[in-house]
Design a protein around this ligand. Structure first.
Ligand SMILES: [Zn+2]
Length: 296
């Protein structure tokens, strides 16, 4: 199904084009040209301006042949690590290697070549397919800067495949992630000796909230921790502010559902405590936050 000679030649062609991170312009132009020849609508976005590179990401939209099919994204990165300029690939049977003076750049020119060859085959062999949004990104090797600067509002696909692993035949569906959270608990300041009835202790509320949270190992793929606590002015002042900082880590399957989860620390906190907001209300809010964290 795949034209092996063609994909090999395309890979050899791409690896010979220098494309260190932030200098991917030449390979971006070549990929843009091929995608346009295949009937894609192609744009180069402005990510390069934002990361100090000489080109942006190449985003190529190929129409689908299945009516009403959801688009799918395919992505690979165009940049390579150093030393990756002046690559002289050597072909020995099924092996493509370098002459030893540079990296090959198979990471991730092979992914770029796979995407182009797959779409060529779909078109030539009239294989029904969904619309394809192909994203060839810049600056992956220096912190995924191209991917981070894609305007995702322009991408219609809900699912995608990133061709950037070192072995064919398996698929990464999970990745570790962590979310930082900060709670600011406001009480009411008052003199602890003279008018304790007038105060609401932020420390007491925080303590009750923390005690109600599920922390540590939540399940086999989730952990949660409160790691810092600050607050209070003096022993004779009922504290009006406590700040808690913590994080939750997950190794869950990344899916649209999770992206859309309303993260608890994005919620608006209940605001300064007053006589109208009971400790119980604030405690409930903190518990709900902890539960939401656990459900991520
Ligand atoms: Zn890579």
């Amino acid at each position: 199904m795949i034209n092996q000679e063609r994909i090999k030649n395309l890979l050899l062609e791409l690896v010979k084009i220098d494309s260190h991170s932030r200098k991917e312009r030449d390979v971006a132009k070549r990929i843009k040209k091929y995608c346009e020849e295949m009937g894609a609508q192609v744009e180069i976005d402005d990510a390069g301006d934002r990361v100090g590179g000489n080109t942006g990401n190449v985003i190529a939209r190929f129409p689908g042949t299945i009516q009403n099919a959801q688009p799918i994204m395919m992505s690979a990165h165009m940049d390579t690590v150093v030393p990756g300029e002046g690559v002289k690939p050597i072909v020995e049977g099924d092996i493509i290697r370098t002459d030893g003076t540079t990296v090959l750049g198979g990471d991730d020119k092979s992914g770029c070549a796979v995407i182009i060859e797959v779409i060529r085959c779909l078109q030539e062999q009239n294989i029904p397919h969904a619309p394809i949004e192909a994203i060839f990104s810049i600056c992956e090797e220096v912190g995924l800067l191209g991917a981070k600067n894609v305007d995702v509002s322009k991408i219609k696909a809900k699912y995608g495949i990133v061709f950037d692993s070192d072995d064919p035949g398996f698929l990464f569906t999970k990745g570790p992630s962590s979310n930082h959270m900060e709670f600011r608990i406001r009480g009411l300041e008052s003199h602890a000796g003279v008018a304790p009835e007038e105060g609401i202790s932020a420390i007491k509320i925080a303590a009750e909230g923390i005690a109600a949270m599920k922390l540590g190992r939540i399940d086999e793929e989730t952990t949660a921790n409160i790691g810092q606590i600050e607050g209070g002015m003096a022993t004779n002042i009922i504290p009006n502010l406590v700040v808690l900082k913590g994080e939750g880590t997950c190794s869950i399957v990344c899916s649209r559902r999770h992206q859309n989860t309303k993260l608890p620390w994005q919620e608006k906190p209940p605001g300064p405590a007053s006589k109208n907001i009971s400790n119980a209300t604030i405690r409930r809010w903190m518990c709900r936050t902890a539960r939401m964290l656990c459900s991520l």
